[in-house]
Write a protein of this length. Structure first.
Length: 340
């Protein structure tokens, strides 16, 4: 889930159109999990084809991305590679959460509590290797580039934003700020009217942008100090210090300047703290990424989604029209720029 800095970070509201013409490096696993969690039946069952194969991730890609490109956004999906060894504990904890949620989902369905069933079902999402391969295949057919990161996808997306091959990293997690992305865009995959868990209340979710430099300036810390704060709070790579949230961590780092004297005051230590720092400050990434957008292959998309997975041909044609139109606009802009 990454670190939660919502108590101390203040994003700026955006619309999809605000990112027109910009390349967004999207944390693929984070976004696909969003699709798998949200795109479900009322009782929490994910979308499936006639053979019982889950299609929520494919549905999210084709329909959500069609809105992205219609708004002029140029999305690049960045896929996770091998996780750092320190992430093993977090991964195992997530497995246990999913197992417990699956039991509670089934129990809620049996007693007819569909609201609870859907909430629990959203916590059971699993992204398989087959789903990842399907997603990469569909992106290729849509003419959209994807990058295979050597390790954390969010680190690679952040590196692309730093180097200028992308405008921002896009993710629901705040970790991109720790990885040094100059900008973080949130809520791309879940923009729209959303129901709050366990409540008959709907909210309008809109994209948000967070600037790294403005955030560091508002907090009065450096990026290195932000990473030290994260270690106190707890990350995917360490458990943090019990009872320390974002506000307490900020006060401690402001007071002491770095992690070690803050730990001395708390009379605790953090295992492998230097290794965790290195994950954020010197991540394993591919340098000098170049992204290339191609024309979509409508027949290939139809063959995959309609023939293989029984998607509605009319709905797919409507989505494909947005990709074809967007690609035409991009080409015309390129020609106008060249001739100018």
């Amino acid at each position: 889930m990454g670190i939660n800095l919502s108590d101390i970070v203040h994003p700026e509201a955006r619309t999809l159109e605000d990112f027109s013409g910009k390349v967004l490096a999207i944390d693929a696993f984070n976004t696909l999990y969003q699709f798998l969690a949200i795109i479900r039946q009322p009782d929490g069952t994910p979308l499936m084809d006639t053979r019982g194969r889950i299609t929520s991730h494919l549905s999210g890609l084709i329909y959500r991305l069609s809105n992205f490109v219609a708004a002029g956004i140029r999305p690049v999906f960045v896929f996770d590679g091998e996780p750092p060894r320190l992430k093993a504990r977090t991964i195992q904890a997530r497995v246990e959460v999913k197992k417990r949620a699956e039991r509670e989902w089934k129990e809620a369905v049996e007693i007819g509590d569909l609201a609870t069933a859907r909430t629990k079902a959203m916590q059971t999402s699993r992204l398989t290797g087959e789903m990842v391969d399907q997603s990469k295949r569909l992106l290729g057919l849509l003419g959209l580039p994807w990058i295979q990161a050597p390790s954390e996808g969010e680190a690679q997306a952040s590196a692309m934003a730093r180097e200028g091959s992308a405008y921002a990293a896009a993710s629901q997690d705040y970790d991109a700020l720790l990885f040094g992305s100059p900008r973080l865009v949130k809520n791309l995959a879940i923009t729209g009217r959303r129901k709050l868990p366990r409540k008959e209340v709907y909210v309008d979710v809109q994209p948000e942008e967070i600037g790294l430099e403005s955030t560091l300036g508002a907090l009065g810390v450096t990026r290195e100090q932000l990473v030290d704060m994260a270690l106190l709070i707890g990350t995917d790579f360490n458990q943090g210090v019990k009872g320390i949230g974002p506000k307490k961590a900020l006060n401690l780092i402001r007071k002491h300047g770095s992690l070690e004297p803050a730990l001395a005051e708390l009379e605790v230590d953090i295992e492998s703290k230097d290794e965790v720092r290195k994950i954020f400050l010197e991540p394993r990434v591919l340098p000098d990424i170049r992204v290339e957008f191609r024309d979509p292959e409508p027949d290939g998309v139809r063959a995959m989604l309609c023939d293989e997975f029984a998607f509605s041909r009319d709905r797919i044609d409507q989505a494909l029209a947005k990709f074809v139109d967007a690609r035409g606009v991009q080409k015309q802009r390129s020609l106008d720029s060249w001739s100018g």
